[in-house]
Design a binder for this molecule. Structure first.
Ligand code: HEM
Length: 163
């Protein structure tokens, strides 16, 4: 299970999770209002651009061992990098005027939901095989192999009744 812990103070496992497994791997669409040259390419007015955030966040010229889960990089080589669209090598919420407006809500909700789930249930794998973390980069980030787990309540049964 990916650990989606990120706060605005930014925990390193959380930052690394959404670097490698961005929930929204493609940015929103931008339309060019005029002809221009971008990265050596001529781009015509009216062209629509969808940025592949996953590709940027796994660019081997920026990230050492880009496909490895290494949260410590956010304590060392990428210590100053935050999630707010200021560092273009890492833009899990996009950047600029159309940056995701749900950053604080998304981060807190992910944190709360996962923490409540882990507090409430014991989770175990159904096999001893390593978990296949391969993902398909589409509009959202989807695991190729669904994760199968067994969940067992940890708390008093009274706490699981619907409110
Ligand atoms: C971890 C959770 C989330 C991630 C990773 C995420 C990621 C993104 C990304 C990459 C974009 C495109 C930004 C761009 O094109 O520059 C976006 C846009 C957007 N997000 Fe999120 N998002 C998350 C949670 C949320 C939540 C909780 C809400 C609302 C409550 C939200 C609402 C929006 C909206 C409305 C846009 C479109 C903004 C615009 O086009 O002006 N997102 N998000």
């Amino acid at each position: 299970m990916g650990n989606l812990f990120v706060t605005e103070q930014s925990s390193c496992p959380g930052k690394e999770t959404i670097r490698l497994y961005p929930p929204s791997p493609l940015s929103g669409i931008r339309e060019f209002r005029e002809d221009c040259i971008l990265g050596g390419y001529h781009v015509g007015k009216g062209t629509r651009l969808l940025t592949n955030l996953w590709k940027i966040q796994t660019d081997p010229s920026i990230w050492e061992d880009p496909l490895e889960f290494m949260p410590e990089r956010f304590l060392t080589t990428h210590k100053e990098v935050d999630v707010k669209g200021n560092h273009f090598e890492y833009i899990p919420f996009g950047s600029g005027r159309r940056i995701c407006p749900g950053i604080p809500f998304g981060l807190r909700t992910a944190h709360l939901t996962l923490a409540s789930f882990l507090q409430s249930f014991e989770i175990s794998k159904t096999s001893s095989e390593p978990i296949d973390m391969t993902a398909v980069v589409e509009i959202t980030n989807i695991k190729v192999t669904p994760l199968e787990v067994l969940i067992k309540p940890r708390l008093s049964s009274l706490l699981y009744k619907a409110m």
